[in-house]
Design a protein around this ligand. Structure first.
Ligand SMILES: Nc1ncnc2c1ncn2[C@@H]1O[C@H](COP(=O)(O)OP(=O)(O)OP(=O)(O)O)[C@@H](O)[C@H]1O
Length: 589
């Protein structure tokens, strides 16, 4: 799929920052050139000053500054080394700044692409992944890519260049010892990497055990009262103890083995270092390698550790990035909602018609089967049925949240496929039983962030929704923060807030999905009395379990296991023995 994020796509984004990239690479080369001679400079003085064999450094100091004592030469070279180290640091900081900005640009572009796709994804598709997985993709997986880009764009090339430059220096000083270092050192590091990998597996096992323990503990503590009430302490706490034991076992395994492996790997490195040191001494004894250059070569053994490590970790970082890309692309694979060009005007009333409509959330079960109905403008209809019969689903299909599987859905005799989805949702308001609120002010939740709506209008809506009194009592009034999901409001307050939101939105069609179930009967009656003039000119679809709420509807539809089984007025339906009469009898009981 060409919409996917591939390594090629990352490369294209990288090339958008070509200027930064080129400057970064040039500064990297300069920084490498500055750092390469550092391990060589002071050891060279062993030969030139201590063993009295003046060469490059002493000769140049003599010509440029003048002759002096051993202290004088050592001091000058030390100052130069320290100076070079600071300059190298300065360049490294610039490089980090440049490459970080490139990586952040790319990760921002990826997040932007994902969010732009997500905003147009179908609800049915969205639910296949769920908010948790999507959030993890957008945060953790994109961070993994960020890490890969920084490693790849800056460290990888720099490490290869450093290794090439050091190889030249080592082979120029002493080819045999140089080659030995260049071969043995990476082998040791590969070995340590392998050891680290097995420690990584143990760490994963420990993390998984901790996660299971944490989830179990969280649930047990949250449901402590429930567990006590059902006398199930022994069962639940035995489970928690079992999980705690798994944490003990895996942590124990990881802790001692990780320390042992770490020390083992360092010991192997030191052993190799000793072998190279011995080889160095032998080269001094049996070849033309000077003592000073031998020390310099030891310095380079430490020097190449970082670039070798960076190159080796590139493989790991690449594998991680590949896995992260696969997960990220799952978001981009979610099908987008299609939207037509025809607008459903807010000025004109419209009918809603369903013809042989089928819908399912998943392949296991059909939730709505062969639904056909027509709702005329300003109709007042009711939808009843047992719990799980598909009422909310039907309401959400009408409000165009979900996409039907087959059949037809028409607004004003225009097929949904031809209509602009935004214009449908602008005209249809679904008042839910459990409205989800933003953790923001009451004002924000009522206006949905539309600051053109003034407080006067909000208060009017609140008065109709029977919520004004409650809000007047709150010290911060409309500026009260409602908490996550509206936790600081009661269920009934949340429902009335959603009704106030509907009044402000002023749609053509209102669907009440058990939207007043948390209200007491007097408040509900007052609310619907106040709403009467507002609803008069609107199409109203009411989903309710109370007979009193549905009785006066112009038409009542009865749903049973996703099928429309009865249609008619209260009086008509009452006459035939069937689902509706059962519903009425249940109410009377
Ligand atoms: N998001 C979803 N994903 C998968 N299945 C769902 C989803 N929402 C509802 N269902 C299933 O679809 C069926 C119909 O659910 P729906 O909520 O439409 O019923 P309902 O008649 O409104 O029930 P209630 O009166 O209890 O609100 C149920 O079997 C339910 O489990």
């Amino acid at each position: 799929m060409n919409n996917q994020i591939t390594f090629k796509y990352l490369w294209t984004l990288l090339l958008n920052k070509k200027k930064h990239l080129i400057i970064g690479q040039i500064i990297t080369i300069i920084a490498i050139l500055i750092s390469i001679p550092i391990p060589l400079m002071l050891p060279a003085l062993v030969d030139e000053v201590l063993l009295n064999k003046p060469d490059f450094f002493v000769n140049n100091i003599n010509t440029l500054i003048g002759k002096g004592s051993a202290f004088y030469y050592i001091a000058i070279v030390t100052i130069c080394v320290i100076f070079l180290r600071f300059i190298h640091f300065l360049f490294s900081a610039i490089i980090t700044k440049l490459f970080t900005s490139i990586a952040k640009y790319i990760t921002f572009k990826i997040r932007e692409k994902l969010l732009n796709h997500l905003k147009n994804v179908c609800m049915n598709e969205y639910e296949t992944l769920g908010s948790g997985a999507i959030a993890a993709n957008l945060i953790t997986d994109v961070n993994t890519l960020d890490n890969f880009i920084i490693t790849g764009a800056s460290k990888f090339i720099a490490s290869i260049l450093t290794l090439i430059a050091v190889s030249f220096v080592l082979i120029a000083i002493h080819p045999i010892l140089g080659l030995m270092i260049l071969i043995i050192q990476p082998i040791i590091m590969i070995l340590s990497k392998k050891i680290a990998k097995s420690v990584g597996t143990l760490k994963k096992e420990e993390n998984s055990a901790i996660e299971k323990f944490q989830n179990n503990l969280g649930e047990v503590l949250e449901l402590f009262g429930q567990i006590k009430a059902s006398n199930k302490e022994r069962y639940f706490f035995t489970q928690s103890i079992k999980r705690a034991k798994q944490v003990k076992d895996t942590s124990n395994e990881f802790n001692y083995k990780s320390i042992a492996y770490e020390r083992f790997s360092f010991t192997i490195f030191l052993a190799a270092f000793e072998i190279l040191r011995a080889a160095g001494l032998l080269m001094v004894a049996y070849s033309d390698l000077s003592i000073g250059m031998m020390f310099a070569m030891f310095g380079y053994i430490w020097f190449i550790m970082t670039p070798v490590q960076d190159i080796l970790s590139m493989q790991y970082s690449y594998a991680q990035a590949k896995a992260a890309l696969e997960r990220i692309n799952k978001i981009l694979e979610l099908k987008m909602e299609t939207s037509g060009n025809t607008l459903l005007s807010k000025q004109n009333d419209f009918s809603i018609e369903l013809r042989n409509l089928f819908f399912s959330y998943n392949s296991e079960k059909e939730t709505l089967k062969n639904i056909s109905l027509k709702i005329q403008p300003k109709d007042k209809i009711a939808l009843i049925g047992a719990s799980g019969s598909g009422k909310t689903t039907l309401a959400q299909i009408i409000a165009s949240f979900y996409t039907k599987n087959s059949g037809e859905l028409l607004y004003n005799n225009i097929k949904i496929e031809e209509l602009n989805k935004e214009s449908i949702r602008d005209n249809i308001f679904l008042v839910l039983q459990m409205p989800i609120l933003f953790n923001n002010t009451l004002r924000f939740n009522i206006t949905m962030g539309n600051d053109k709506i003034d407080d006067l209008e909000i208060y009017k809506a609140l008065e109709i929704a029977q919520l004004k009194e409650n809000i007047d009592k709150m010290p911060k009034g409309l500026d009260t923060i409602v908490g996550k999901h509206g936790i600081r409001l009661s269920g009934g307050q949340r429902q009335r807030l959603s009704i106030a939101r509907m009044i402000i939105a002023n749609p053509k069609v209102v669907i009440f999905d058990e939207s007043t179930s948390a209200l007491d009967v007097p408040t509900e009656t007052k609310l619907f009395d106040a709403l009467k003039p507002i609803l008069e000119n609107k199409t109203v679809i009411t989903i309710a379990h109370r007979l009193s709420t549905v009785k006066n509807a112009k038409k009542i539809y009865v749903l049973e296991e996703g099928e429309l089984v009865q249609t008619g007025t209260h009086e008509e339906l009452e006459k035939v023995e069937g689902h509706y009469t059962k519903f009425v009898k249940n109410q009377l009981i």
